[in-house]
Ligand binder design. Structure first.
Ligand code: CP
Ligand code: NVA
Length: 300
């Protein structure tokens, strides 16, 4: 594994190894066992979109590993004025030991990896959110013991989260059922992969997808960059909410996850959110541990 650009590039074994390492790093941190595995290393973090969790967890994670994070706001860089990503990649490769980037186009992340000579980590694109899904899988495994054979249900937009959960879930031997309106399906590349798996299903009916689920997951209806479509999307996704009715057909001990930020009474009711807040905030915490595993694996 040289980069983390999207989960499609990883094997199930790669994912499993990262989750094991994440568990170990979490244990060490909880027991105050220092683990300066990246002493002397610097991670550049390019942000072209807003972030709370990704920025803070990468910064804190790099510090805990004895390395240094460098926050790079794209708006303050020449890349924001049109310097080609190919040149940015080659320059930053001379200074840094790794780059995390949050941006719009997946192609930009792939170009960084192609032209640079250091590991590239996707901190969210319109297409994928692999760091989040590693944390989600880690959290499910913590609560359920193993992932094999569990049913994951995602209700909502065929966005970066749905794309990455489908791939991560199937590669971890989970059953994956998604419910979305027909105009908001996951990316074609993801569907091509998923359709080869009998454990995958897609429907327009949230109740059907949630039936017997061990974990029910959702995300915002309008992602970053889609703010102008918010009203149109609110109408399209009106029936795609995680609420008590949907949860009544899931397993009685089903978990609920949300990558956050959440819009209460849109994709999830406040009631269900609060009922499952322990899981949801464990999930947020696990961003730190899962990303430290990625950093150790790629930069260590
Ligand atoms: N879930 C997530 O990536 O959060 P941020 O946008 O706050 O980084
Ligand atoms: N789908 C959301 C995820 C935010 C973490 C977005 O891209 O804005």
């Amino acid at each position: 594994m040289k980069h983390l650009l999207k989960l499609l590039d990883l094997s199930g074994e790669d994912i499993n190894e990262l989750l094991n390492l994440a568990d170990q790093l979490k244990y060490e941190q909880k027991h105050h066992i220092p683990h300066p595995r990246l002493a002397g290393k610097t991670l550049g973090m390019i942000f072209e979109k807003a972030s709370t969790r990704t920025r803070v967890s990468f910064e804190v994670g790099m510090n805990q590993l004895g390395g240094q994070p460098l926050f790079l706001s794209a708006g303050d860089m020449q890349i924001g004025r049109g310097e080609p990503v190919q040149d940015t990649a080659r320059v930053l490769s001379r200074y840094l030991d790794g780059i995390m980037i949050r941006t719009f186009k997946q192609d930009e992340v792939e170009a960084l990896a192609q032209y640079g000579s250091i590991p590239i980590i996707n901190g969210l694109t319109d297409f994928a959110h692999p760091c989040q899904v590693l944390a989600d899988l880690m959290t499910i495994r913590e609560y359920k013991g193993s992932l094999d054979g569990l049913k994951m249900c995602f209700i909502g937009d065929g966005n970066n989260m749905m794309n990455s959960l489908i791939v991560g879930g199937l590669k971890s031997k989970m059953e994956v059922a998604v419910a979305c309106p027909k105009d908001y399906r996951p990316a074609a590349e993801v569907l091509d992969f998923a359709m080869q798996h009998p454990a995958f299903s897609m429907t327009e009916d949230p109740m059907e997808a949630a039936k017997g689920a061990d974990v029910v997951i959702t995300d915002v209806w309008a992602s970053m960059g889609q703010e102008e479509e918010a009203a149109k999307r609110r109408a399209a996704f009106a029936g795609y909410q995680i609420n008590s009715q949907v949860m009544s057909v899931a397993k009685p001990d089903a978990m609920v996850l949300h990558c956050l930020p959440a819009h209460r009474e849109e994709e999830i009711t406040g009631e269900i959110f609060e009922k499952h807040s322990k899981e949801i905030f464990d999930e947020a915490e696990n961003r730190l541990h899962a990303q430290k595993a990625v950093l150790v694996k790629l930069l260590g």
